[in-house]
Design a protein around this ligand. Structure first.
Ligand code: UDP
Ligand code: MG
Length: 312
């Protein structure tokens, strides 16, 4: 008998826990037919509502349900890692609790791994229906930018919803970095990956946990985790301004020696502008270096990715 582990990161999803459970178990018959048991791991990412109580109710009725509860909110990336660490399955799926990741796709994903020889089947939404236009716009620009900056393929519209073989899961678990950006990590480990596409489904109940600024910070983290291009840009700017300064020095010397400069003191306004601009660029570049240093600092401290409060 094989085992399929389904990992569900949850932050304040009390309205969705039971709906998700019932929707997922619609696949029960199919998997039983394939000789595969299902285990469900809810990872509570520091919920402050009735999420944990909801999961415990399910555990009381069904011993295939498990709970890993964090001591506070550590973020979805940490929740996914915790789920992957405690999953025992030969196949492991990661799904959102809000039913935006249709469980009905699971049989098709399972077929791709067992019959078509893939190691992982990922999903991608082909549109962003129901999302604020400004958010979609920035999301698109982010994917364009990050793909220019890194060799790792990061797919626009990719969801974290995927089914993985044990080999693939072990590869993900071997990446113990603190600054986790799964969209990059999944691509980085390689293996044979299949993409399934589906139309965006709006969240049924509750609210999205991602504010615009939370997403923005996540985007910056993503770029920094998978690219050092910003550091290269900083060095490039340095070289560029050195060349400009050199050209100006030569021009000024030539002018001094030939026509002289009758207005020696005029031009202080443009001088101030140049000084302000160049010091702005310098501070920006120091900031970029500082950001990488800060990330390295966090990695070096080797703090755990999450703290478990309760495990059932
Ligand atoms: N989530 C989490 N920790 C967080 C934020 C979100 O575990 O800090 C979970 C959330 O409960 C949900 C999934 O991650 O199951 C996706 O979050 P959400 O639906 O809010 O994101 P969206 O679909 O709007 O991108
Ligand atoms: Mg959602």
């Amino acid at each position: 008998m094989g085992l399929l582990s389904v990992i569900v990161p949850c932050l304040n999803e009390q309205e969705n826990v039971s709906d998700f459970y019932h929707e997922l178990l619609k696949n029960e018959e199919y998997f039983r037919g394939e000789g595969v048991d299902i285990e469900l791991i809810f990872v509570d990412d520091g919920s402050t509502d009735g999420t944990v109580a909801g999961v415990k109710e399910l555990i009381a009725r069904d011993k295939r349900v498990h709970l890993v509860s964090f001591s506070r909110n550590f973020g979805k990336e940490a929740a996914m890692y915790a789920g992957l660490s405690s999953a025992k399955g030969d196949y492991v799926a990661i799904m959102d609790c809000d039913l935006q990741d249709p469980p009905a796709l699971l049989p098709q994903m399972y077929q791709a791994i067992t019959k078509e020889g893939y190691d992982s089947v990922a999903t991608r939404r082909v549109n962003r229906k129901g999302e604020p236009p400004i958010r979609s716009f920035f999301a698109r620009q982010f994917y364009k930018l990050i793909n220019k900056m890194t060799k790792t393929e990061i797919v626009d519209g990719a969801r974290d919803y995927r089914l993985m073989s044990r080999k693939f899961v072990n590869a993900i678990l071997s990446m113990e970095e603190y600054n986790r950006f799964s969209k990059g990590i999944f691509g980085w480990v390689g293996f044979k990956n299949k993409w399934l596409e589906f139309e965006n489904i709006e969240r049924k109940k509750g609210e999205t946990k991602w504010s615009f600024w939370k997403l923005f910070a996540y985007a910056i983290d993503g770029i920094m985790a998978f690219s050092t291009a910003p550091l290269a840009i900083a060095s490039f700017l340095g070289i560029f301004f050195c060349i400009v300064a050199f050209i100006f020095i030569i021009l000024i010397i030539i002018r001094q020696q030939t026509v002289g400069d009758p207005h020696d003191l005029v031009g202080w306004a443009s001088m101030v502008c140049i000084i302000l601009f160049v010091s702005g660029v310098q501070l920006f570049c120091v900031g970029v270096v500082g950001q990488y240093l800060a990330k390295a600092y966090l990695e070096v401290k080797k703090r755990p990715l999450y703290i478990v409060k309760e495990e059932l």
